[in-house]
Design a protein around this ligand. Structure first.
Ligand code: GUN
Length: 299
């Protein structure tokens, strides 16, 4: 069997087109454009590239966006001050603090300063609590994008056995919660595996849906995949490759060529989950703008 590819790029573009149509409609009705405030701290090349993609996506969808670039030597207090400016700015509905932050900062303290109403990354404790208890709030964009990929590809999650490899705040934990919750794209029986899990291979082999978010290049090999499983690869890793022009190539957490011979469907890297993260950032920011409209409307 050769797995069918799940085309994240095409699905993400369809979502971005839907969002753009709604933004055009908003503007025609005199409502404000959704606004995203982006904070980029330091000179991490990959982060700068991600932020460029995010701000370009904003422009294409008709969003307002503002980007603040700060030097890696900036103090934590200065970063928090910029966050507070975005918190107070009525043209900004969503705030993205690109991670990772420089080592001298306490990430939790910085992120806790983003007002929960504009926390479109879903990392503030208020949103972590709201989402996990089924009371609304913003989910982190990457797991939300995986859910949308599964839904739009017609993958049945209800009753399925799902294994999430990885337990990070940004992906693994919220992914497991989304898959298990009583809702569309949920109702799965979920197992979370991580670097300390015993019987990892056997557990992965039980999965009808395997989401790999462990952050290790080509970690998932063919023997870890049940024949016919749906495999979602969240990883982006640099693998040294002297034959490549840059001396490395980008690979996912899945050994793509081997696993595609076993799975029924699989996401490629790049072009799978990555574009979905950006589409969901726009989606969360549009949701935030809608909520803001409701609050601003006269009673
Ligand atoms: N760095 C890598 N992924 C993400 C993400 O989803 N959000 C933020 N803020 N930073 C990231």
């Amino acid at each position: 069997m050769t797995a069918e590819l799940i085309d994240g790029k095409a699905i993400a573009q369809a979502i971005r087109d839907e969002i753009k149509a709604e933004v055009d409609q908003r503007v025609a009705q005199g409502l404000p454009r959704p606004g995203l405030g982006v904070l980029l701290v330091g000179d991490n090349v990959a982060s700068a590239a991600y932020v460029r993609m995010k701000t370009r996506a904003c422009a294409e969808a008709g969003f307002h966006s503002e980007q603040i670039d700060l030097d890696s030597s900036v103090s934590q207090d200065d970063v928090i001050q910029e966050i507070r400016r975005f918190n107070a700015d009525p043209a900004i509905h969503g705030i993205l603090v690109q991670l990772p932050l420089p080592g001298h900062m306490d990430v939790q303290v910085v992120l806790d300063n983003v007002t929960p109403e504009k926390d479109v990354d879903g990392l503030h404790p208020v949103n972590v609590g709201m989402t996990s208890s089924g009371r609304g709030g913003f989910w982190p964009c990457t797991p939300l994008g995986v859910r949308e990929l599964l839904l739009r590809s017609g993958v049945q999650t209800a009753g399925a056995s799902a294994v999430v490899l990885g337990r990070s705040d940004l992906v693994g934990r919220p992914m497991a919660l989304l898959l298990m919750r009583r809702a569309e794209g949920g109702d799965a029986t979920v197992t979370v595996c991580h670097s300390r899990s015993r019987d990892l291979v056997e557990r992965c082999r039980q999965a009808d849906i395997l989401v790999a978010a462990i952050g290790r290049g080509e970690f998932v090999t063919a023997n870890m995949v049940k024949p016919g499983a749906v495999v979602i690869d969240v990883g982006i890793n640099r693998l040294d490759d002297p034959a490549a022009a840059k001396g490395y190539r980008l690979v996912g957490d899945v050994d793509f060529e081997a696993v595609r011979q076993v799975a029924s469907r699989i996401t490629p890297v790049p072009g799978g989950v990555g574009p979905m993260t950006i589409a969901m950032l726009l989606s969360n920011t549009l949701d935030s703008a809608r909520l803001h409209d409701r609050k601003a409307a006269p009673a």
